[in-house]
Ligand binder design. Structure first.
Ligand code: PEP
Length: 249
């Protein structure tokens, strides 16, 4: 089943999330697509209440790298779970750059998320400089190795890798389909080397970065792509419900 992850980023108040869900719910009728909405943490509880009984899942956009206490302003994995989240995004490029989250912190977050029975949407991706210096392979490998360090193979069942080239996020630019395919293969190969061939085949990988109504069908058709992570194009529920219709399951 294809996974579609909608990252609202820092958009929408509680009343806007409510209006969004009321518009999206009657327009979403696919049972061959797993839809995960990731609103801001402030709206998880209201979204959980409104989505009760539907097939749509709820995800958070980040969690603390500590389990509890100190860390003023942070939100723990346990708190997210308690608000109804079943997924959490970890290592988004905006967090890696602006909040200087490194591989060690991301690895800690992944372990805390798993401990709290949250499925992890683990974001990786090369910057434009990495791409221009032909360092994409090296960077993706290092991000995967740092993020998944110390995990047991069976824990990968609860990890989805989101391949998001940093230069594609919010830019309107996407890699060529063959470039996406080759990155997906590299990710599978890295997981195979670090865990097992079976793990490399099984791991779920989604693509993110400027997915829109025009390209969602061709990207979702790619063999190694198990779904999409969508930012800007998910914010309007009517437009997004059209996009969801065009995704290849
Ligand atoms: C994102 O923020 O993860 C993302 C993919 O954004 P956009 O779709 O706007 O590029």
């Amino acid at each position: 089943m294809k996974k579609i992850i909608a990252n609202f980023k820092m958009n929408k108040t509680n009343s806007q999330v409510k209006e969004y869900i009321m518009k999206l719910l009657p327009r979403f009728d696919r049972d061959d697509v797993e839809l995960v909405l990731c609103p801001p943490a402030t709206s998880l509880s209201i979204a959980n209440f409104l989505l009760d009984g539907s097939l749509i899942k709820l995800g958070a956009q980040n969690l603390s790298d500590e389990e509890e206490g100190k860390n003023t302003g942070d939100i723990s994995g346990e708190m997210l779970k308690d608000c109804g989240a079943s997924y959490v995004i970890v290592g988004h490029s905006e967090r890696r750059t602006k909040f200087r989250e490194n591989g060690k912190a991301i690895n800690k977050k992944i372990k805390i998320a798993l401990k709290n029975r949250l499925k992890v949407i683990f974001c990786i991706g090369e910057s434009l400089t990495d791409k221009n210096l032909q360092k994409t392979q090296e960077v993706l490998k290092a991000q995967i190795e740092d993020g998944l360090k110390g995990l047991y193979e069976n824990e990968l069942d609860n990890i989805i890798i989101a391949y998001e080239p940093v230069w594609a996020i919010g830019s309107g630019k996407t890699p060529l389909l063959k470039e996406i395919e080759s990155s997906m293969k590299l990710i599978r190969k890295t997981v195979a080397n670090d865990f097992s061939n079976k793990a490399g085949e099984k791991i779920e990988i989604v693509y993110g970065g400027s997915v829109d109504n025009k390209n969602c069908n061709s990207i979702s058709k790619l063999k190694d792509v198990n779904g999409l992570l969508i930012g800007g194009a998910c914010l309007d529920p009517i437009n997004f419900s059209q996009l969801l219709r065009d995704v290849k399951a």
